[in-house]
Design a protein around this ligand. Structure first.
Ligand code: TPP
Ligand code: MG
Length: 765
């Protein structure tokens, strides 16, 4: 039976046999040293061929071992590299310091690279991953990946193509760090390599990333990126149209194309070396198309016979790259067939011995242990980190004669602008980029003048693709730079959100904290733009961000908080590798007044970095306004503006509120919520996001979780999109909604557990 798998209980070795296994051994049996299989090939040297064959054999036996471990109930991953082992040639063509983001079939590459650095046992690494062992060197028992910090191999997720935007960012970072003269994690002349499958090139994430690389290169941007398409002609059961990959990428502006038979090691070597050298020399992206076969199905559970003809499976087996290299070794009289089989069986024994040992290794045993890499040590981020060595000369270079703290009261947009400038002044590795942020200075002017101040290498416009914006940031962040990308509108985060969720936030998790994404993603969002722009410019849904483990969500409402919180996020990125999302309320960007025209109470002076008391907002700490004891309003962003106005009106009729601005949506300031709730015994949550999935759910759940028993209510926006024109107002929380709910709530009996006293931190405004 084709693709059949039997378990053989050998005399001293546990083993699993696949038909591919048997086919190899039988084929070797039919071979003699004198069989003239192919024309003599110019192999660089026998030692090299034997070394690469060793990696290929290791990769093959890892696949067999994975299946055996599964039969023992201790193997959790069976997608293998069989048929793709020619990718060892790509590792051979590169340096072990070249950052690699690998396809799940790049086992040959991984073992090849591991063999280039003394002290590494690639076989063991992979087997520890398959059994989810705590001592696996990359994920610490969280996944099976090809990844190793010391080998510059970044772990990848299962989401096909999601690593390509980051790979573009890593290539960009190699060149940009050199240009800026700042330290990077990779050598100046490094090449980033990124492999993926043939079906994966159709994914919009891949299409966008390759497009971004090609467009960048087209306009002369240095991008040393080797894209490797391991083309086995199929994606699980769906055939890739013959010739599709070549037709698409062989004549692409900004992208050099190379093609090689991945089942022919000398050819793969020669072409890989040419491609890698070309990328290194030209600092430009290339597409290396490796023609491979897929043996043993998509994964252990895959019954190929259900969708593939036997003759097709057989013809793939004939191209088995292991067999190809073995024939070459015999043909070149480097080994006899018997010696090849001996090597093959020795490798089996070596791999299975490790497999039999690691299956007893412990796995992660508690939720806390599993989630540990998601807990960034941001508690250590204090005013000292924020102020740091604020270099006065760097600041005056950027700001000229007037420092922002001397400008007088600023709007929210101005405060963010100045804090970005300060970040650029303080961190030479910081960069601000996104759509229209540079020459135009952003749709709302928030980044105005930054390019002039910091130069086009640090403040620049990107291609119009949010996955690229975020991927570029991820690649830069993991390379040691400090990216501050902008997403022009919250509604446009959603088409790229997986770059934060699946790609960004998971990196520390799947690298056991060895790789992080220190960065701050600015997002302009929320509603209340007086009916202009409709949903896509008034998007008020943040649910998609709130449940991502390990990220910080800052949501400043006021200029003084915004500048201080930006500094905190930057400091958290630098000291703890934290990724933060910085949600800015567009409607408040240019607001000056709060209660009455001309009162200027939504403006605030800018705190100098050294003004420790005001230049920093600890993560997860809210801010209380007013000290009323009838009702606590818990809110954030535009809700703060609306609630303060309502609170002032309520005070005139004797209802005394206190208003808590959450400031951080993740982690929520739970202590502050509980303290302020206890202070009045009644809580009204004012939430401009949706009723379902909105922030109010988190606030109320926190109160319940901690035993608050007083009356609560919430006013939220509707479970709707925001329409154009005056109709927008009817789906958004209004001041009237807040006032009515507040008046109604203060008539209810409050919790008996009301604590006396006022809030510890209160600001009168
Ligand atoms: C975004 C995403 N969609 C679907 C899947 C499920 N999936 C896993 S592998 C695969 C096929 C990939 O084929 P290809 O890129 O040719 O790689 P190959 O397995 O053939 O090496 C699919 C659909 C996934 N992992 N990620
Ligand atoms: Mg494929």
């Amino acid at each position: 039976m084709l693709n059949g798998m039997g378990q053989t209980t050998g005399t001293d070795q546990p083993r699993v046999r696949d038909v591919v296994d048997t086919h190899f051994i039988e084929s070797m049996g039919r071979l003699s040293s004198t069989t003239d299989i192919s024309a003599p090939v110019d192999v660089r040297d026998a030692e090299q061929l034997l070394r690469l064959f060793d990696a290929q054999l290791g990769s093959r036996h890892l696949d067999l071992a994975a299946r055996w471990l599964q039969t023992r109930g201790r193997g959790y991953y069976t997608i293998g590299s069989s048929g793709h082992e020619g990718n060892v040639a790509v590792a051979e063509a590169l340096r072990p310091t070249d950052p690699a983001l690998l396809h799940y079939r790049s086992g040959g590459f991984y073992l090849g690279r591991a063999s280039q650095v003394p002290g590494h046992d690639g076989l063991r690494d992979v087997l520890l991953g398959i059994v989810a062992a705590v001592d696996e060197p990359m994920t610490g028992g969280r996944h099976k990946v090809f990844g190793n910090h010391e080998l510059a191999v970044l772990p990848q997720t299962s989401t096909i193509s999601s690593h390509l935007p980051r790979a573009v960012g890593v290539a960009f970072a190699i060149a940009r760090a050199k240009k800026l003269g700042v330290a990077s994690k990779w050598p100046n002349d490094a090449v980033a390599v990124c492999s993926f499958g043939d079906a994966s090139v159709n994914h919009s994430t891949a299409v966008g990333a390759i497009n971004a690389a090609a467009q960048g290169s087209f306009q002369g941007l240095p991008l040393p990126l080797l894209l490797v398409c391991e083309d086995n002609g199929i994606g699980i059961s769906t055939r890739t149209p013959k010739g599709w990959v070549a037709a698409n990428y062989s004549r692409r502006a900004g992208l050099k194309y190379f093609v090689a038979n991945g089942c022919d090691l000398p050819e793969a070597l020669e072409v890989s070396q040419t491609a890698a050298d070309w990328v290194r020399r030209n600092r430009a992206p290339a597409f290396l198309h490796l023609d491979t076969v897929r043996l043993m199905g998509h994964a252990g559970s895959d019954v190929e016979a259900a969708y593939r003809l036997p003759k097709d499976i057989e013809s793939e087996m004939v191209r088995d790259p292991i067999l190809g290299t073995a024939r070459l070794l015999v043909d070149q009289e480097i080994l006899t067939p018997a010696e090849v089989v001996q090597l093959y069986e020795d490798k089996r024994a070596e791999v299975m011995a490790i497999a039999a040992e690691v299956l007893h290794h412990p796995q992660l045993a508690s939720a806390a242990a599993v989630a540990a890499p998601l807990q960034f040590d941001v508690n250590g981020v204090g005013p000292r980190q924020v102020a740091g060595n604020a270099d006065a000369s760097g600041r005056s270079e950027l700001f000229g004669t007037t420092l922002p703290e001397d400008e007088g009261p600023l709007t929210l947009a101005q405060a963010i602008n100045r804090s970005l400038a300060d970040t650029l002044a303080r961190h030479p590795e910081a960069m601000v980029f996104g759509e229209d942020v540079a020459r135009k200075g952003g749709v709302y002017g928030v980044t105005r003048g930054l390019q002039r101040k910091a130069g086009p290498a640090r403040v620049f416009d990107t291609v119009l693709d949010e996955q690229t914006v975020l991927g570029l940031a991820l690649g830069n962040a993991v390379s040691g730079l400090l990216p501050i990308p902008e997403i022009q509108y919250l509604a446009y985060l959603h088409n790229a959100e997986d770059q934060i969720r699946g790609e960004g936030a998971t990196l520390p998790f799947f690298s056991n904290g060895q790789y992080t994404n220190p960065m701050v993603v600015r997002v302009a969002g929320y509603g209340y733009q007086k009916g202009f722009g409709g949903h896509f410019h008034n998007d008020n849904s943040v649910a998609v961000l709130r449940d991502i483990p390990g990220i910080v969500i800052a949501s400043p409402a006021r200029p003084d908080d915004a500048a201080a919180m930006m500094r905190t996020c930057v400091a958290a990125a630098k000291t703890a590798g934290q990724m933060s999302v910085f949600l800015e309320p567009i409607a408040r960007y240019h607001t000056k007044d709060l209660y009455a025209d001309g009162d200027g109470r939504w403006c605030a002076p800018y705190a100098a970095p050294t003004d420790w008391a005001n230049a920093h907002v600890p993560i997860g700490h809210g801010r209380t306004y007013r000290d009323g004891d009838d009702l606590t309003i818990v809110t954030f962003a535009n809700g703060l503006f609306l609630s303060l106005r309502v609170a002032a009106r309520l005070a005139e009729s004797g209802v005394r509120c206190r208003v808590l601005d959450l400031r951080w949506l993740a982690p929520l300031p739970v202590e502050d919520i509980l303290r302020e709730a206890a202070a009045t015994g009644r809580v009204l949550v004012v939430d401009e996001t949706r009723r379902t999935g909105g922030v109010s759910e988190g606030v109320l759940a926190a109160l319940v979780d901690h035993g608050f028993t007083g009356p609560t209510a919430r006013v939220t926006s509707s479970d709707s999109f925001v329409p154009l024109g005056d109709a927008s107002a009817v789906v958004m929380v209004s001041e009237d909604d807040i006032e009515q709910a507040a008046r109604s709530l203060v008539t209810t009996r409050r919790s008996p557990a009301v604590r006396d006293g006022v809030a510890q931190e209160s600001a009168d405004i």
